[in-house]
Design a protein around this ligand. Structure first.
Ligand code: TMP
Length: 205
C-alpha cells in the first residue's frame, strides 16, 4: 500500500530541473516530510550502470527500441527495489524524470509507436503512476543555451533541435492528456518565479 506520495519532475534539457528539485526537497523537508530523492535513468546501483550505457558517448549507435527497453529495464529496477518500498514505508519520493520522459524522448524524439510504449508501461508499471508530475517547460532555444555552458554533452543531449522540438511537443501533449497529474510550469522566467508556481501546487497537495 502506498503511504507516501510519489512526485516526478520532467522537461526538456535546460529547463532547470536540478534547481527546482533542490527547492522542492527543501520545502517538503521543512514541512517535516520524510523524502528521498532519486532519478531516471539511474537511482539504483544497476540503474546507474544502465545510465552510463544510455548516456555515455562511447557507443556510436543504439537501436531506438533498445534504448526504450533499457529505459524500462532501469525503471523496473528502480520502482521494484527503491520507489515502491520507500512509499510503502511512508516516505515521499521525488524522482528526477520518470515514464513521461520515455513517451517524450523515445516516442516524440525517436518517433517510436506510442502504443508499444504504452504496452511496456502496462507490463512494467501495472498501473503505477506518480501522484503529481511537474513538467518544466522552456522553448528549445533557451534550453539549449542553458545547457551549452555545462560543457560536454551526453549522447542524447547531442541530438538535433528538431528532435528536442518533438520531445517538447510530446511533453505538452501529455500534460493536456493528464491535466490532473501533470502540471505544466512555465520555466522561462526567473528561478524564483518557477519555484513559486511549484510551491502553490505543492501546498495544495
Ligand atoms: P537528465 O536526467 O540528466 O536530464 O538526463 C537523462 C536523459 O535521459 C535525458 O536526455 C532524457 C533521457 N531519458 C529518455 O530519453 N527516456 C527516459 O525514459 C528517461 C527517464 C530519460
Amino acid at each position: 500500500m502506498r503511504r507516501g506520495k510519489f512526485i516526478t519532475i520532467d522537461g526538456v534539457e535546460g529547463a532547470g530541473k536540478s534547481t527546482q528539485i533542490d527547492f522542492i526537497y527543501n520545502l517538503l523537508k521543512s514541512k517535516g516530510i520524510k523524502l528521498i530523492l532519486t532519478r531516471e535513468p539511474g537511482g539504483t546501483d544497476l540503474g546507474e550502470k544502465i545510465r552510463e550505457l544510455l548516456l555515455g558517448n562511447d557507443i556510436d549507435s543504439m537501436h531506438s527500441d533498445t534504448e526504450l527497453l533499457l529505459m524500462f529495464a532501469d525503471r523496473n529496477e528502480h520502482i521494484q527495489t527503491k520507489v515502491i518500498p520507500a512509499l510503502e514505508s511512508g516516505h515521499w519520493v521525488l524522482s528526477d524524470r520518470f515514464t513521461d520522459a520515455s513517451y517524450a524522448y523515445q516516442g516524440g524524439g525517436r518517433g517510436l509507436d506510442v502504443k508499444r510504449i504504452a504496452e511496456l508501461e502496462k507490463w512494467v508499471l501495472q498501473g503505477f503512476v506518480p501522484d503529481l508530475t511537474f513538467l518544466l517547460d522552456v522553448d528549445i532555444e533557451l534550453g539549449m543555451r542553458r545547457i551549452k555552458s555545462r560543457g560536454m554533452k551526453d549522447r542524447i543531449e547531442q541530438e538535433t533541435m528538431d528532435f528536442f522540438a518533438r520531445v517538447r511537443d510530446s511533453y505538452i501533449q501529455r500534460s493536456q492528456m493528464f491535466p490532473d497529474r501533470i502540471k505544466l510550469i512555465d520555466a522561462t522566467k526567473s528561478i524564483e518565479n518557477t519555484s513559486q508556481q511549484i510551491k502553490n501546487i505543492l501546498l495544495d497537495l
